[in-house]
Design a protein around this ligand. Structure first.
Ligand SMILES: [Zn+2]
Length: 419
């Protein structure tokens, strides 16, 4: 099996004139899962036709964009977080009062989760939906691609912790606290241009603190990519579980608001006052280094983060299918092995590379699961967004005639602001 696998790689190896380390990289990838922290394939599926499920059946293993089954197999991908993303609603470009209205975000997130589950269902020999690190490792043994689910933005939660609980029940393993807009929970880093702060400290709101605690209780990993440094610092203070940055670089290599600043990297690790976490290096040229967007520069980000936090705290989060340009040498999902070869060329040991590929992020999942177990006796959070005007609900009809007489009497005896 292993020999056949290596023989099949000669085509790939032949193109790696610049790296004598490719055969070693491929050998590591045979044994250990490479897990990409951030892939927007569901977004492309949704963009290609009116019926996403028809689109899936039509394209199946070969799809426009950066990633599809054929290129996952060529790139030896062992697992990935497929992302359910919906854009920030127009209301979220205004002041916080407007964040009350989240549009169709919850429906569209559920539809994206449905697409992810259908991708798996359409090719069960190649994909398997996974929740835990054990399931990911089992998938690797079976030669299947471990598929995990992430949700990319607090604006997709309907401003409701109940929605978060139900996402968790559907298999969502991480939630990014913001996308490019601020939301009722947290402050964002914006989309590249400066974004004015709307909350004191430009960090988490009180409901955002409750969100982090509830995610900890549920075992949903807090993803801090896209968030403001204030949100990063607040979340690191509050969280009881390890965190992740699903697709970010280091500002120390290229100073972009989407990358992680040094003072936040200083808080990631396993030392005193640090929180365990993994920063998964992104492949998007404007974040990597627009003037030098190469595979070597991505490796520079990885090494910089590793130098600051340790090699146990890095991963790979391409953002494939969520970006409109690609790094030279990492143009699509077939190219992952070249990045692995580059790390070996730089002197990284096999075990360091295995951590970068997947062991590090699997440790974060284990940590989240451990915290959830410790918090298992805690009740679900009762926190609600105070400014919601739809609660208590007023669905009783004329004279509250749809409600039981006793409920009508109770409501007559109480002013709405007392409820
Ligand atoms: Zn993103």
């Amino acid at each position: 099996m292993r020999v056949l696998g290596l023989l099949g790689l000669f085509g790939l190896a032949a193109r790696a004139a610049d790296s004598g380390h490719l055969p070693d990289a491929l050998e590591l990838l045979e044994e250990h899962p490479l897990i990409d922290g951030h892939v927007d394939l569901p977004f492309v599926v949704r963009s290609l036709g009116k019926s996403p499920l028809d689109t899936l059946r039509k394209y199946h293993d070969s799809m426009p964009g950066h990633i599809d089954l054929n290129r996952m197999l060529e790139g030896r991908l062992g697992g990935l977080f497929m992302v359910a993303w919906t854009p920030c609603p127009a209301s979220h470009s205004g002041p916080p009062a407007r964040y009350l209205f989240t549009g169709e975000g919850v429906r569209d997130t559920l539809e994206a989760i449905d697409i992810i589950k259908e991708i798996v269902a359409n090719a069960p020999d190649h994909f398997v939906l996974c929740w835990s690190s054990d399931e990911v490792r089992q998938a690797k043994k079976e030669g299947r691609i471990a598929t995990l689910i992430g949700v990319e933005g607090g604006h997709q939660l309907g401003n409701s912790l109940a929605v978060v609980r139900q996402y968790a029940a559907l298999g969502v393993r991480y939630i990014t606290l913001t996308h490019t807009c601020h939301n009722v929970f947290a402050s964002s880093a914006g989309s590249g241009d400066a974004i004015a702060p709307v909350y004191p400290g430009d960090g988490l709101t009180p409901l955002g603190i409750a969100l982090v605690e509830e995610m900890n209780r549920l075992g949903v990993v807090v993803d801090l990519s896209h968030t403001s440094p204030g949100t990063m610092r607040d979340a690191l203070k509050v969280t009881r579980a390890p965190v992740m940055f699903s697709h970010s670089g280091a500002r120390g290599v290229y100073d972009h608001p989407r990358n992680v600043p040094d003072d936040v990297l200083d808080l990631i690790g396993e030392g005193e006052g640090q929180v365990d976490g993994v920063v998964m290096a992104v492949f998007y040229p404007p974040f990597v280094d627009p003037g030098n967007a190469t595979i070597h520069r991505v490796a520079d980000h990885i090494e910089y983060i590793a130098d600051k936090c340790g090699r146990r705290h890095v991963g790979i989060g391409s953002d494939f299918d969520g970006i409109d340009s690609a790094v030279e040498g990492l143009e699509d999902a077939s190219k992952y092995p070249y990045l692995v070869a580059e790390m070996l060329r730089r002197g990284w040991s096999d075990s360091d590379v295995v951590g970068l590929l997947g062991d590090n992020i699997l440790r974060i999942l284990d940590g989240a699961d451990r915290t959830a177990k410790e918090m298992a006796t805690m009740p679900a959070s009762a926190a609600v967004l105070e400014s919601r005007v739809d609660l208590p609900c007023q669905w009783g009809g004329p004279g509250n005639a749809y409600l039981a007489k006793e409920v009508q009497e109770y409501l007559k005896g109480h002013r709405r602001d007392e409820l």
